[in-house]
Design a binder for this molecule. Structure first.
Ligand code: 13P
Ligand code: SF4
Length: 327
């Protein structure tokens, strides 16, 4: 079986034959150009299946993408995700060329706070460590003491508690901070007003509705960028990588996945025996990334992501501190 046939098989029922005929030439051209240019495509779990299963070399949550990129020996990274992820790749791999297929692919969380906002917070709370979610700009990371992800936030805050901190600033995601506060009551978590425009749309009533329809036969798992009431009504919460892991290991018969839509599509393709009940929202920023844009990015080597060297050096410290504390 050729590589292309293998991809077609994996995408199975996701695309009609007619749609596949339109996608296949892009998949073939991108995979050929990657080899020629020593490039890799890093695809976040929210990429559509044609990207995720068709052209990605590394897939995962925001942090795994950057960590794996740092380990690989490719010269060029094409970021199939949003802009803050491309900046994180540049922070961890400053010697590599990082390309963004669409510079408009932003994030409501990342845009909710600036470096100047963090400097003001530090003036107001001089002895309080600043823990910053990876969904932020390089400039914000550079102003912070330590980064965190949705997968290791609890671990990081617990480590700071063990160091004797009674208060921490956890920015910019208010809901992630509230969800973490439940897990670490020994520390007071001060937060910011940032929200993910996708996850804030889910409500606890949505969860209760579906649970009352399906009873015990449905396993509800949610991303911690959702409101705490949604998390309380769910059976499990975790980063996109943790959600994927629980499905792969538990193989529940029926799942409600409370996160971005493409994640369910990708998991459905990889876990055909699991029934995914559909109730999701699309991230308009993630959906800006398409196969034609990835191809153009590789052909023209645009748009290259640049982060000033001093910002990289300071942001690296907060990312590395996270890696140390979450070990
Ligand atoms: P993770 O993949 O790190 O869980 O993040 C989810 C997200 O919203 C990324 O934009
Ligand atoms: Fe940002 Fe939410 Fe979109 Fe992720 S899903 S990129 S957090 S807006």
């Amino acid at each position: 079986m050729t590589a292309l046939q293998h991809i077609r098989e994996k995408l199975g029922a996701q695309y009609s034959d007619q749609t596949w005929e339109g996608l296949a030439p892009y998949i073939e051209a991108i995979n050929r150009l990657k080899r020629k240019k020593n490039a890799v495509v890093l695809a976040h779990n929210y990429m559509t299946p044609d990207i995720f299963h068709g052209v990605a070399d590394i897939v995962g949550d925001s942090l795994k993408l950057a960590q794996e990129a740092a380990k690989c020996d490719a010269a060029v990274i094409v970021q199939a995700g949003v802009y803050f992820m491309a900046e994180t790749s540049k922070i961890l791999c400053p010697e590599k060329t990082v390309l963004m297929p669409d510079m408009e692919a932003g994030c409501s969380l990342s845009e909710s706070i600036t470096g100047a906002d963090v400097r003001l917070l530090k003036e107001k709370f001089p002895d309080v460590p600043v823990v910053t979610y990876v969904n932020t700009s390089a400039e914000v990371k550079a102003e912070s003491d330590v980064c965190c992800t949705s997968g290791n936030a609890t671990k990081i805050i617990k480590a700071l508690a063990r160091e004797g901190h009674k208060q921490v600033l956890m920015i910019p995601d208010e809901y992630l901070a509230m969800n973490t506060q439940r897990e670490v009551p020994e520390v007071k978590i001060l937060t910011w007003k940032g929200k993910c425009e996708v996850h804030e749309r889910f409500t606890a009533d949505d969860v209760r509705d579906i649970k009352s329809r399906y009873g015990d036969s449905i396993y509800v798992i949610a991303h911690p960028e959702c409101h705490p009431d949604v998390i309380a009504a769910s059976d499990y919460s975790g980063s996109t990588a943790q959600l994927q892991n629980v499905i792969e290991t538990k193989q529940p018969a029926r799942v409600l996945l409370i996160t971005e839509c493409s994640m369910g599509d990708n998991l459905q393709a990889a876990n055909p025996k699991v029934e995914f009940v559909r109730s999701c929202f699309m991230c308009p920023h993630m959906k800006r990334i398409t196969l034609p844009k990835i191809l153009k990015s590789l052909e023209t080597m645009t748009t290259e992501v640049h982060v000033p060297a001093d910002v990289i050096a300071r942001a690296q410290k907060s990312v590395n501190r996270m890696l140390e504390l979450s070990r």
